[in-house]
Write a new protein. Structure first.
Length: 283
């Protein structure tokens, strides 16, 4: 039996439901080409999706893997995280004959994006699902006649039972900046592992090793290619109050570990492409 891929709806929004031959499952909204859910072949749902998430086809969806492009966070004049997560993407290709399930989504400039960011581009998000592994690739091509620069991230909400019982290994010795630090002071992470016991909003740079999310009952590895940075975010109690699409206590159920190209803007000449990948493996 091969994989199974089906266009359907979720909270009234068009989504693609994928299942690999070995039973791994994922759900991707065409709005934002956003992975909303991923369940490996063996194990529980691995992504957090807020019970209060909005599915109005305009607002960002709180959870899963939002695509941040052409701007990460508030590092520029565009709306936070850019416009990719609030644009309808096109389903370009699906592949389900093999054991894995794969889908490609595409977005290019339109009147809305040109009004915000005057550049012609082609963005592609490719998702591949099999076994314990979810691969998400993001490619940007400059289809215009002049160079442009952008920042980007896959803003992954990893579902956890209790964020205070989580450890993240792989960040030790790396440099990071705290979001909101106007001076953008750079710190070195001296801890053996990152633990979450308060609001956390950091951008780590030079992330070349896989990261390991550890919980008492399971581990999950996060590997990237092409993304030099990693953003780590949990709003904790204080900032959660300002997020109406996050239920009370919801901050305890996720940690965002985001593959990012954010510290340095990526510059593309006309016709050039950039590519990055985030791979999640449920161990
Ligand atoms: O990735 C961290 C971050 O930039 C935080 O500063 C916080 O704003 C978070 O993203 C969520 O942003 P959102 O626009 O989805 O509420």
């Amino acid at each position: 039996m091969g994989a199974h891929i089906e266009e359907t709806t979720f909270h009234g929004q068009p989504v693609l439901a994928l299942q690999s031959a070995d039973g791994a499952r994922a759900l991707v909204s065409l709005f934002g080409a956003q992975v909303l859910a991923w369940q490996p072949a063996r194990g529980d749902e691995a992504l957090y999706l807020s019970e209060e998430a909005l599915f109005d086809g305009r607002s960002p969806i709180r959870g899963g893997i939002p695509v941040c492009f052409p701007q990460f966070s508030d590092r520029g004049r565009l709306p936070r995280h850019g416009f990719a997560r609030t644009e309808p993407w096109a389903l370009r290709e699906t592949r389900g004959k093999e054991r894995y399930a794969m889908a490609v989504f595409g977005l290019c400039e339109n009147d809305q994006t040109l009004a915000l960011w005057p550049h012609a581009f082609e963005a592609e998000l490719t998702l591949a699902l099999e076994g314990q592994r979810l691969d998400v690739e993001f490619e940007v091509t400059n289809t215009g006649h002049a160079p442009f620069a952008f920042t980007a991230a896959l803003h992954t909400y990893l579902r956890v039972r209790e964020v205070e019982h989580v450890r993240v290994e792989g960040l030790s010795g790396l440099m990071y900046q705290e979001h909101g630090d106007r001076h953008r002071t750079t710190h070195r992470d001296g801890a053996d592992a990152l633990v979450v016991d308060g609001p956390l909003d950091r951008l780590y740079t030079g992330v070349t090793r896989p990261l390991l999310l550890q919980e008492p009952h399971r581990n999950l590895s996060i590997e990237t290619e092409g993304f030099p940075d990693a953003a780590i975010w949990n709003p904790w109690e204080e900032s959660s109050a300002a997020l109406p699409d996050l239920p009370a206590g919801g901050f305890r159920r996720f940690l965002c570990i985001e593959a990012a190209a954010a510290r340095q803007r990526i510059e593309l000449e006309a016709g050039q492409s950039w590519w990055g990948r985030q791979t999640l493996i449920a161990l």
